[in-house]
Write a protein that binds this ligand. Structure first.
Ligand SMILES: Nc1ncnc2c1ncn2[C@@H]1O[C@H](COP(=O)(O)OP(=O)(O)OP(=O)(O)O)[C@@H](O)[C@H]1O
Ligand SMILES: [Mg+2]
Length: 360
């Protein structure tokens, strides 16, 4: 493809990015460095500031303070149309009465590129999203998934330094969403574009991202690789937002965590005194008939079995700890054929190094 703009995989840096509506800060002091060609997802619950952040980067919403560096240049006060970024939204914003080809040519024609050259580049971009042969269709005659591919082809046709996508798969059914996730990833890798992608679907974020910025009430509370977010969440919110967690309530005193439920003296050197949780993921939890059958160096807690569910590739056992209310979920591998009956007394155990102390 011919190169029409700057560096297609530009590094991006958000510095102290803040947006206030009245006295409400909906985006607060974001500091995020995105590497060239990286796929970064903004993930968080509804209203946490993801779309606002994307609109600040795109230039559709004026920033209150801070900077947005793309390829080393602060574009934070540049009008949207001069930023030259690729944008794809949940609703495709295509021209319904024009052909697919004309839709994709549009950004090039607006930049004054000849009709012939625009058509050539648009065809290349359509081939990239697997829509070769659809050039002459009207976009109103396409399915939702096809329309979203046209929108992607249009966003990529002038090889933007940065591609922004706000829940582009949100309006599609699950099967289509799954296959487009894989495809967007492939295209992004092939083109080498830097990408900022918004979703509130944790599975989608885990599948697609090099790194994920987790939003909580306008702030990025953790920015890390998916496996780090899953294994080492920075706080209780991140732990609960991404997957199932086991949380044993207790207390930190002088850098040491204990719980009446059977935990003594787990080191928590950087934690202030006060109530906290011992956190572990269900895959790290095992079950034994009694404490004698658990490894001597494991954290072992009395529990009672509530239920066991077979899920094909694993089984999921739900238990309650000795207080009768704290739930524990253990995920056992398919090779593990033990059966646990409701009401049965058992011991749940896990290794201290798989745990983390989280403030409540
Ligand atoms: N133009 C506006 N004026 C006032 N408040 C706004 C405006 N736009 C957004 N907000 C507020 O900013 C906050 C963040 O909104 P935003 O759209 O960024 O959330 P989001 O994370 O994208 O949520 P969702 O997952 O529902 O799309 C919300 O509380 C919202 O009500
Ligand atoms: Mg949104």
């Amino acid at each position: 493809m011919t190169k029409h703009t700057g560096n297609i995989g530009a590094p991006v840096e958000l510095v102290g990015l803040t947006k206030r509506y009245g006295d409400k800060e909906v985006v607060r002091d974001l500091n995020v460095s995105i590497e060239s060609g990286e796929f970064v997802t903004l993930l968080g619950p509804s209203g946490s500031g993801k779309t606002t952040t994307l609109n600040l980067i795109a230039g559709f919403t004026p920033i209150t303070s801070g900077s947005i560096f793309v390829d080393g240049t602060d574009i934070g006060r540049t009008p949207a149309y001069k930023r030259g970024l690729g944008v794809v939204f949940q609703h495709y914003a295509l021209f319904p009465h024009q052909s697919v080809l004309e839709n994709v040519m549009f950004p090039l024609r607006r930049r004054g590129i000849s009709r012939k050259e625009s058509a050539k580049l648009a065809r290349e971009s359509l081939a990239l999203v697997d829509l070769g042969g659809y050039e002459n269709r009207r976009t109103s005659e396409l399915s939702g998934g096809q329309q979203q591919r046209v929108a992607l082809a249009r966003a990529l046709v002038y090889r933007p330094p940065l591609l922004l996508m706000d829940e582009p798969l949100g309006a599609l059914d699950k099967r289509l969403r799954d296959s487009l996730q894989v495809e967007i990833k492939r295209i992004q890798r092939e083109v080498g574009s830097t990408c900022v992608f918004v979703t509130h679907d944790q599975e989608e974020a885990l599948t697609m991202s090099d790194r994920i910025a987790v939003f909580q009430e306008g702030e990025v509370v953790q920015f890390d690789r998916p496996e780090v977010l899953y294994r080492r969440p920075a706080n209780l919110f991140v732990a609960q937002f991404l997957g199932d967690s086991v949380l044993v309530p207790g207390d930190v005193q002088r850098g040491s965590f204990s719980s009446d439920l059977g935990v003594r003296g787990i080191g928590a050197p950087s934690h202030p005194d006060g109530s906290a949780f011992l956190f572990v993921r269900p895959e790290q939890v095992d079950i034994a008939p009694s404490v004698r059958e658990a490894p001597a160096d494991a954290v072992a807690l009395d529990a009672a079995v509530i239920s066991q569910t077979f899920l094909g590739s694993s089984s999921r056992v739900e238990l309650r700890l000795a207080d009768g209310k704290t739930p524990v979920v253990a995920r056992l591998s398919a090779q593990d054929t033990r059966q646990w009956a409701p009401g049965e007394r058992a011991v749940v155990w896990f290794l201290e190094r798989e745990t983390q102390i989280l403030r409540s």
